[in-house]
Structure formats: C-alpha cells, structure tokens
Design a protein around this ligand. Structure first.
Ligand code: BGC
Length: 382
C-alpha cells in the first residue's frame, strides 16, 4: 500500500468512515466502566471483572491476564450476542485456558527451541510447546494480575491495564513496563493500544488472543464465516509450527484470502501446511507492512447474523488460527463444549520466531525507545 492510500485509511479511522457505524443505530451507551468481583486466586488475590459499554458494544475484562471475558456485539436486527469464547468461572481460566481472550506477552507465538541471541548474549526461555516457547513461556502475561484504571474520554470509554515485568521474567532480559489500553469508541470499535519501555535490550511482540465466533460463542463451527485478508504472502512453517523463513506466495494455495471466501472452503485440502497445523495456524504477511497508524488488514463476516468485523493494525503480520486444538473437552461460558473450528483467532503481531530470523521485521526494543502498536476491531452489520 502506498503512503497516500495509508494516510487516507488512517484519516478514515479518525473520522469513523471506515465501517458502517453501529454507534448511530445504538445510542452510545457510554459511561464510566464498572467493576465487580469475579473470583479469587488460590493465594487470596481478588480478580475483578470490568465492564465497558459504548457504541452498542459491551466488553468484559478480567484483571487476571487482561482477559476479554465477553464481547457483546449486535447482529443485523440489533440482538446482542457474546462473540468471544471464555469460561464462566476463574478456576477454569487459571487451570485450562488455551489463552481465551488473553493478553499475550512478552512474545506472541513461538520462539524456536526457546532460544535467541541478542547483542552477543544467548537467552534461554522455558519450553512450553514441545521443543519451543509459546506465548511468553510457562507463565506469560496471560497468567499475571494487571493493574486496571478505567477512563472516559472523548475517544471513548475504556481501561488502561499495566504491569511491570521484572528483568529476567520467563528468561527475557530487561525490566519491561507495559501498558495496554482497551477503548470502546462511540462508533462500535474496540481498539487496543500497546506501549512498553525497557531498561535493557530485549525482544517484544504483544498481542490479544480473543477467540471469535461472530454467530455467538458456543454456536458451532466458524467454517461459514467469510474472510478477506489483504496479504499476498504468508510464512510457511515446519512440523513444529516454526517459520521456515520463506515468505511464500498465497496465490494458488488454500492460503489465498485476497478475495473473500468461507474459512471452511479449502481447510480440508491435503496441503502439507494444513496437515502440520491441523488447519490454518499461520502468519500472513500483510501487504501494508508496518504502519504508524492502524491500516486495513482483514474483513471477517458471518452470513446469518450479518455481523462484520474489520481489523486495522500497525503490525506487519496476522496470525490466523482456526481453533484447531479445541477438542470438545472445554465447557464454555454458556455451558456448551468447544470443538475443533468453533472459533478463530486473528492475532495482529510481528512474525513468529522473529528473533531468529534477521530478515523478518525486527522485534528488538532498546532502552530509550517506546514500543507502540495499535489494533482496531471495527464492528458493523450487513
Ligand atoms: C497459536 C496456536 C496455539 C494457539 C493457542 C495460537 O496463537 O498459533 O498454535 O495452539 O495460539 O493455544
């Protein structure tokens, strides 16, 4: 995407021109976020549930893991449903969650052999995904308490979540001060802004791991959702789901979502990459590259409810995971089991294993710099 187009997209976001506004159909619910007790951790720490409402959307967030517990979005008739997978109790989030709704850090997705070298030092991270390190290690940001401050501003209502990750946490260098802002705008957008600083050179790749089902959590497979993904290339993986380093063309493969198509159309093709991952679990190289302002990445739509979610991000990559490892053993928020393909994750981020691929966009953060990324989920109906 050239610069002038990018500027237009960014301006569109600022003025709310990018999606059919939900905010006009549903008078802004606005107001200050509210807090209730959700549960208590084994050590006695209370975990709060924060509720934010604006633009016809309602977001419920836990102070544990920054977890998006519910995301209520209207369909074309104005009926709201919870489109995010989760549990109805804290114990399940702590004991068995496959990162439902969680904030992921310090590093989204895999680092091969849990090892990387930076400025001549080699760092070893805990391995929690066979031979690799996944989503920040055994106790990533998804398993920590976050300090939460509510706000109501002109930009919308929301929450600022913060925590300090000590030097050496999960093997990563540097004291990392992290701030994540969830905002609901009056136009029916859920925006996430990430910021971080460090006191030693480190690597960082923060993302959000919401499992979406636009027909409603627990309603069955997402294979008839349609997806348009503005990416001509993706990063193929080995059998351990580590990128080979190649930026392969999607053309002529099941990975081509440049023209919108149902998620299930090609998911059963005997393509080696789909066999490795049991479906889609890959990083798409967004055509727009890294951008200063969130730029268009994808459109997800569900035909029966008419719900549409467009995503805009500053990030260069999009991990599209088709819920391949859901196996019917987890009972979700409304008491129904989650089976393979009952949701999908769209994780805007840098590429997996970037610290071991110098040709990938850099994930290095140095003292004096501020890490800033933003992702917008714009909801509408058709
Ligand atoms: C990864 C999957 C993993 C899932 C959750 C996704 O981001 O790409 O491989 O199974 O997270 O556990």
């Amino acid at each position: 995407m050239n610069t002038s187009r990018r500027t237009v997209m960014a301006a569109g976001l600022a003025t709310g021109l990018v999606a059919t506004s939900l905010g006009t159909a549903h008078a802004a619910s606005g107001g200050t976020p509210t807090r209730t007790l959700f549960g208590t951790l084994d050590d006695g720490t209370p975990v709060h549930l924060w509720t934010v409402a604006n633009g016809g959307i309602r977001l419920e967030v836990l102070s544990y893991g920054g977890i998006v517990h519910r995301l209520d979005v209207p369909d074309r008739h104005g009926h709201r449903a919870n489109i995010a997978l989760g549990f109805d109790n804290l114990a399940d989030y702590v004991a068995k969650s496959p990162y439902f709704g969680a904030l992921i850090g310090r590093y989204g997705n895999r680092i091969a052999a849990g090892r990387f070298t930076l400025d001549g030092h080699t760092y070893q991270l805990p391995l929690n995904d066979s031979a690799n390190s996944l989503h920040g290690g055994t106790k990533g940001f998804d398993k920590h308490m976050w300090q939460v401050e509510p706000f109501t501003r002109r930009s919308g209502s929301g929450l600022v979540l913060s925590r300090i990750s000590p030097d050496g946490e999960m093997g990563y260098p540097g004291t990392l001060k992290v701030q994540v802002t969830y905002t609901l705008t009056a136009r029916g957008e859920w925006r996430i802004d990430y910021a971080a600083t460090t006191d030693r050179a480190t690597v960082i790749n923060l993302t959000s791991h919401t499992y979406f089902n636009l027909a409603g959590e627990g309603s069955g497979p997402v294979h008839d959702h349609t997806l348009e993904l503005a990416a001509a290339r993706y990063t193929p993986v080995d059998a351990g789901l580590i990128p080979t380093g190649e930026l392969a063309r999607v053309s002529g493969t099941p990975f081509d979502f440049r023209r919108t198509k149902p998620i299930g159309r090609d998911i059963r093709q005997g393509h080696r990459q789909l066999v490795y991952a049991k479906g889609f679990d890959h990083n798409w190289v967004l055509d727009k590259g890294s951008t200063l302002d969130p730029a268009y990445a994808l459109t997800l739509a569900e035909p029966h409810s008419g719900r549409v979610m467009r995503m805009y991000t500053t990030e260069p990559g999009m991990q599209f995971y088709s819920g391949n490892f859901l196996d019917g053993t987890l009972v979700g928020t409304s008491g129904r089991t989650y089976r393979q393909g009952d949701a999908l994750c769209l994780e805007a981020q840098h590429f997996p294993d970037s610290p071991n691929h110098p040709a990938f966009p850099s994930t290095v953060l140095r003292p004096g710099e501020t890490y800033r990324t933003s992702t917008v989920h714009a909801f509408s109906t058709r």
